[in-house]
Every structure is written in structure tokens, then in C-alpha cells.
Design a binder for this molecule. Structure first.
Ligand SMILES: *Cc1c(COP(=O)(O)O)cnc(C)c1O
Length: 427
């Protein structure tokens, strides 16, 4: 697989290089030089999830890594279920939260960990990543205990739930966590600055595990095929798919799936009041506001870093941006959406509920849709219990961390302070 830098098209790298580098020159995103198209979709969709995923990822990577290696990576990474659950007459939830840290980030993080473990050979790798919540847990869990890999996770102090925080800050060993006194965009910016700093880059062999890493996106393509495979067993029509969006990695993966030939009617980009993309889709003006904190905090992103890839796919495929529908929900609309789903018999959480409601807003007569259930309701238990007036039992994965102490270091938003800290803990 060959990828080029969207900012400097003359920088062309292999998948192996792109996984290790994360970002290209001048923070440019890597983008594939060609998108493979899969033949015989019906046969492919009839396969079991893991076997089909081996073919989907093989289409990108077999020529570089060999199909046997791809098969092994996929089998180790994808060891949990992906059910499509009916929410009401017109809407289904693709439940992506049955992995070890109860959010869809497990797919990308586990596959990336397997890839790096395979590709790094004898080098030591330091991963620096920013999280608005779930990435931290997924990355920490996926890499925890791997000898040659250190992980540093930056997150906005006080802006994620305590349980969420405990899922990745209590592990220790090769997992280092930093609570930054600001918001997610500031954390993401510190990560980007670190990658631009030649002393850090060369001295620490930094790698990013953000959704900007191409390995994570390839993994996420696979569950869109699973969604359509299950949907097709019951419906003749093509599904509309609504994606709860923050950094837009998830939507990017969905568009790659469609570009590979997956039959999807169209996609809906659903956000909370951090609505840069829905506004852009309406008026063509890219005008990010300051990030605001919402109850769907994993989507509190005003400057989504994967957006240039979305535009690149649309351009490459000759599609139009107007084929993507944008919907933004306020906090009160999110509450109402969560309650409406619950009353229809489906327990969700704010992120999934936003996408579910977005389907209702855009779907026409006769259309049916799938929304991505990106997190387990119990992961957002405080909000869900308060909004729905119910008690939620804690799943085991969360109960296990509840009594542990947080091991994070607190730092101000200062690149200089972070740099010193990185050299202290990683050298
Ligand atoms: C990360 C996350 C999102 C946003 O996904 P992006 O790929 O960043 O757009 C949505 N919901 C949950 C629960 C998440 O953890």
C-alpha cells in the first residue's frame, strides 16, 4: 500500500512507514494513492466478520505484508462481537462497544497495536496521543504490557468522566498519562507540536495513535461491511448510515468502505454543538468556533483533524460533498433523542443518540438507517442515569477500575513543559 502526504504529494510512503510516522511533513495526513475496489460483494458480505475483514484489509495490505500476516493481525485484533440491534421500525444500532474498553476505539487501537508490534521489530516505540476520552482507554488497553512500546496519553483535565479517566490512568507500567489544564483541541495541538519538534521526533521516535494513524482507519472500514451484511439479511434497500463524529476518523472509514464498493445509500455526519462540519456542509465556510463541553464529550472537537481525508475521498471518487448530510444537535435535543430511543425500547448514550436522531432528521419516506453505537451506555452512566432517571449496573470492565487510583501527572498547556516531561519519562 502506498500513501501520499495530502500537504506534500511528493512525499510517498509505504503502509509500514505511514503507521510508524503517523503524520507526514508539515503535519500532512497520509492518503492512499489508490483505493482498492472489491469484486463479488454478495459473496464477501456472506462471510463471517473476521474472515471478511481479512479480505477487506488484505485488499490494502496483502501486497506489502503478505495475506498470512494480515490474517493473523486481524484475528488477534478483532476478538469481540459486532451486533446490529433493532432500535425501532426504521433504525438499527451497530453496537461497536463490545470490546475490552467498551467503545468503538477498541477496533482501531487493537489493530494498530498488532501492526506496530509486527512492524517495529527491534526498535523501541513511543506513542504520544491526545484523547477526548475513549481513545485513551482503548490505546492504553491495546498496548498495555508490550515491552518495546511506551504510551503517553494527554487528556483535558476535568473534561471527561471519572470512570472514563480511570480506565486509562490507573494502569501504570508502560502507560503514562498527562492531565492537561485545558480542552481536547489544546491537547491535540500539543501532540501536533511535539511531532513537529525535531529534537523530540528524532530523540524519542515518536508515534501517534490518534485516528490520524492510517492503521486505525483500515480497521474501522471492516465494521461498515458487517453493518451492511447484517442489514441486507432483512432489507432490500440500501441503508443510510449516521456516524457520531468528533475527529471524523469514523466517517472517513465509512467513506473508504463505500469507495471500496460497499452498498450504502449515503452517510450522515452527526455532531453535538461543536458543529464546524454541519455548518460547513451548509454554507461552504470553514469556521471553527471555540470548543464547547457537551454531554457527548468524545465529540467535543471543533477542528476535526481527519476532515482533509474526507474531502480527498470525495474528490477522488468524483462524489459531491452535498452527498454527505450534516446534522448538529444541541444539548436539549441530545437529551430528547436519548429519551425517545429509551421509550422506543433501546438504551443508548449521548453519542449514539445524536446519530440516531440525525437519521430521523434526514431520512425520507421508506428509508431505513443504521446509527453507530460508539460507546456502551454504562461508560456514560452519570449522564444516562440522570437523563433517563434509571440505575445502570456497571459492566465488569468498569467495576474493576472504579476503586483504583489515578496515576496521571498534571501539566499546564505549555509545549515547553510537556517537552521536558516527555524527555524525563521516556529517556
Ligand atoms: C471518538 C468517539 C467518537 C468520535 O469519533 P471520530 O472518529 O473522532 O469522529 C464518537 N463517539 C464516541 C463514543 C467516541 O469515543
Amino acid at each position: 500500500m502506498q500513501l501520499y502526504n495530502l500537504k506534500h504529494p511528493s512525499q510517498v510512503v509505504s503502509f509500514t512507514e505511514a503507521v510508524k510516522l503517523g503524520l507526514g511533513k508539515d503535519r500532512g495526513l497520509f492518503f492512499p494513492t489508490a483505493i482498492p475496489v472489491l469484486e463479488d460483494m454478495d459473496t464477501l458480505l456472506a462471510l463471517p466478520f473476521v474472515e471478511r475483514s481479512q479480505k477487506v484489509i488484505g485488499a490494502w495490505l496483502a501486497s506489502e505484508l503478505g495475506q498470512d500476516t494480515v490474517d493473523a493481525l486481524v484475528e488477534k485484533a478483532f476478538n469481540f462481537d459486532v451486533p446490529l440491534v433493532k432500535a425501532d421500525d426504521n433504525r438499527y444500532s451497530l453496537e461497536l462497544f463490545h470490546g475490552p474498553t467498551l467503545a468503538f476505539k477498541d477496533f482501531g487501537a487493537r489493530f494498530m497495536a498488532q501492526c506496530l508490534n509486527e512492524l517495529a521489530k527491534d526498535e523501541t516505540i513511543n506513542i504520544l496521543t491526545a484523547t477526548s476520552g475513549d481513545t485513551g482507554a482503548a490505546v492504553a488497553d491495546a498496548f498495555f504490557g508490550l515491552d518495546a512500546i511506551n504510551v503517553v496519553v494527554l487528556y483535558p483535565k476535568g473534561k471527561i468522566s471519572v470512570l472514563q479517566e480511570k480506565m486509562f490512568t490507573t494502569l501504570g507500567q508502560n502507560i503514562h498519562t498527562v492531565a492537561v489544564d485545558s480542552d481536547f483541541d489544546a491537547c491535540q495541538d500539543l501532540v501536533k507540536q511535539s511531532f513537529e519538534d525535531s529534537e523530540i521526533r528524532d530523540g524519542l521516535h515518536l508515534n501517534s495513535a490518534n485516528s490520524i494513524n492510517i492503521s486505525r482507519l483500515l480497521a474501522q472500514i471492516c465494521y461498515y461491511f458487517e453493518a451492511v451484511a447484517q442489514f441486507k439479511q432483512q432489507h432490500e434497500t440500501l441503508p443510510v448510515i449516521a456516524v457520531p463524529s468528533g475527529n471524523f476518523g469514523n466517517l472517513t472509514a465509512g467513506l473508504f468502505a463505500k469507495a471500496m464498493g460497499l452498498p450504502v445509500s449515503y452517510f450522515v455526519a452527526a455532531t453535538n454543538s461543536n458543529d464546524t462540519v454541519p455548518r460547513y456542509l451548509l454554507d461552504g465556510q470553514w469556521a471553527p468556533n471555540t470548543t464547547v463541553a457537551t454531554m457527548s464529550n468524545a465529540m467535543d472537537v471543533a477542528e476535526p483533524s481527519n476532515w482533509p481525508r474526507v474531502e480527498a475521498i470525495v474528490e477522488k471518487m468524483g462524489w459531491s460533498l452535498s452527498d454527505i448530510k450534516g446534522v448538529a444537535l444541541s444539548e436539549s435535543q441530545t437529551s430528547a433523542a436519548l429519551l425517545a430511543l429509551y421509550e422506543a425500547g433501546y438504551l443508548s448514550e449521548p453519542h449514539g443518540a445524536i446519530a440516531a436522531d440525525a437519521l430521523n432528521q434526514v431520512m425520507g419516506e421508506g428509508e431505513k438507517g443504521i446509527f453507530l453505537g460508539t460507546a456502551h451506555p454504562a461508560k456514560f452512566n452519570e449522564v444516562v442515569e440522570a437523563e433517563l432517571n434509571i440505575d445502570l449496573p456497571l459492566p465488569q470492565a468498569l467495576a474493576d477500575v472504579e476503586s483504583k487510583s489515578i496515576l496521571s501527572t498534571e501539566l499546564p498547556v505549555s509545549f515547553k513543559v510537556l517537552k521536558t516531561h516527555l524527555f524525563n519519562i521516556l529517556k
